[in-house]
Design a protein around this ligand. Structure first.
Ligand SMILES: [Zn+2]
Length: 327
């Protein structure tokens, strides 16, 4: 369903400014394969607004009805435009709502039913699957009925995983002054836009020099940056992938450092940025401090590095749906 709304002057100004702020997906990573209908539904806008975005300089190949857009350009314009109607903005709202909750609620354990379906494009496929299972025990949670050993190896057109899970968080504050300074440094770079937080194609996010040269970080590139700078300054570092669970499950990645007392703690300036967007004052500062060492209670971690796959399939094209319902 697409929602339509009148294009008033304020809205038009905010869309134009979104296009001006956009750092387009660089040529080597561009895939202009989204048509006008899909673009309108992704942005939650009408035809007139899409024309306005084109006039304002939204990159496209082709013109008129044949115009094709890069998916990540559309996502980033949606986030900057802030009309609030697009799927990507739902992910941003998720983090804002989370940060709005009582500080006690940030670490509360939660019970979930996870339903993960991976499907080959070819429904007669007999190819191999290798699926990494989530590991909530890393953060003090558990899988209540794990479907088998990790990794799960099987064959066929699809893999269906259903399991109960408990996610748990805990509060911790990084002690290492080097790690604290590193967290503050990257958060400041993101807040000032020296490195812009944008959604990036997976291969660009996993290419740290490429992402930095483009002036952009997504959560994967940010995790790799923290790990690299931490190592250069003598810290033990690693990166992890996971999903933030809620109405929608949002893919995420973060860095972890070994603190002065030997514990591994997450450093997540991207979560701090998203939770603090448009906010100042003690509440925003408390949330930022939380993101320097604490584990949020709704994070489902995998023991998989940022940029590495959660699942692999021998024949190529496949899709997945991942649902987490409160249990
Ligand atoms: Zn297949």
């Amino acid at each position: 369903m697409t929602l339509h709304y009148p294009l008033d002057a304020v809205t038009a100004r905010s869309w134009r400014s979104a296009v001006r702020r956009l750092i387009p997906t660089p040529a080597a990573h561009r895939r202009a394969d989204v048509g006008r209908d899909a673009a309108r539904s992704l942005l939650g806008c009408d035809d007139a607004t899409l024309d306005l975005l084109l006039e304002a300089g939204l990159p496209s190949s082709g013109t008129g009805d044949a115009a094709r857009f890069d998916r990540f350009d559309l996502i980033n314009v949606a986030i900057y435009g802030g009309a609030g109607r697009s799927v990507p903005e739902a992910a941003q709202r998720y983090v804002l709502r989370y940060a709005d909750g009582r500080p006690d609620s940030w670490t509360e354990p939660r019970r979930w039913t996870l339903r993960w379906l991976l499907r080959c494009a070819d429904q007669t496929c007999e190819g191999k699957w290798r699926v990494r299972l989530p590991t909530p025990e890393l953060f003090g949670g558990s899988l209540t009925d794990p479907p088998g050993p990790d990794p799960l190896e099987t064959t066929g057109p699809s893999v269906r995983i259903t399991t109960g899970a408990v996610t748990a968080g805990h509060r911790a504050e990084v002690r290492s002054p080097v790690a604290r300074a590193l967290f503050d440094e990257v958060l400041t770079e993101l807040e000032t836009g020296r490195l812009r937080y944008q959604w990036l194609p997976a291969d660009l996010g996993a290419d740290l020099p490429g992402a930095v040269a483009n002036g952009t970080l997504d959560c994967v590139a940010a995790a790799l940056l923290l790990a690299e700078r931490g190592r250069e300054r003598g810290l033990s570092t690693r990166t992890r992938r996971g999903r933030m669970l809620g109405m929608i499950a949002v893919d995420h990645a973060w860095a972890e450092i070994r603190d002065d007392d030997g514990r591994w703690l997450p450093l997540d300036p991207v979560f701090a940025l998203l939770g603090g967007t448009g906010r100042t004052g003690p509440a925003a500062a408390a949330f930022a401090a939380f993101c320097a060492g604490s584990v949020p209670g709704r994070f489902l971690p995998w023991d998989v590095a940022a940029g590495a796959p959660l699942a692999e399939h021998s024949c190529g094209a496949w899709t997945e749906t991942f649902l987490a319902s409160p249990a």
